[in-house]
Design a protein. Structure first.
Length: 178
């Protein structure tokens, strides 16, 4: 199985990128493509820029990676209660290429932060938008207090949270296999 995973952040040391990678590693027999949004930096989307210069090559490159995936894992960083500008810009550009942005691939949406809400606000916004029109049930999981509940070597340390995560990652994996 080809799993594309990324943190929806441009931070070089993104805990969301780390969390997305951890989640991808939980899929048995998977080939993981961990991507970095910094590799897809483009002008801020506008219709005027698109008319003048066309859709940037990075948007087509991102879409081709998504097209090759059997499943997609995104972990959202929360900036002022919503997506990061980096993710929103990529999302805006790739939505101009084809109507079905994520190719109806099975997805697992995550969020984490060092706070007690774990990015739940952005996760709800992302889930609401991304699940619209997608025929799959898209599981979602928020990990609060990242530095207290996550170990870089062993993963989620809180047993209740780990149990919930494991249940949801199996739903994601089942969606890929169907």
């Amino acid at each position: 199985m080809k799993i594309v995973a990324f943190g929806a952040s441009s931070s070089k040391n993104s805990i969301n990128k780390e969390f997305a990678h951890y989640a991808a590693k939980q899929i048995n027999n998977s080939d993981i493509n961990l991507i970095d949004l910094n590799d897809f930096e483009m002008p801020i989307f506008s219709v005027d820029v698109e008319k003048k210069k066309g859709i940037p090559e990075q948007a087509f490159n991102f879409k081709s990676i998504i097209k090759e995936a059997d499943g997609i894992i995104i972990s959202f960083a929360e900036h002022n209660g919503v997506y990061t500008a980096a993710f929103k810009n990529v999302f805006d550009w790739i939505s101009r290429i084809e109507k079905i942005v994520w190719y109806n691939r099975p997805m697992f949406l995550l969020s984490t932060s060092d706070g007690s809400r774990g990015g739940i606000t952005v996760l709800e916004i992302a889930h609401n938008r991304i699940s619209r029109g997608n025929p799959n049930i898209i599981p979602k999981f928020s990990l609060p207090n990242f530095y207290q509940n996550f170990n870089h070597k062993t993963g989620i340390t809180d047993q209740k949270l780990k149990k919930e995560f494991d249940k949801l990652i199996r739903i994601f994996e089942k969606n890929i296999l169907e």
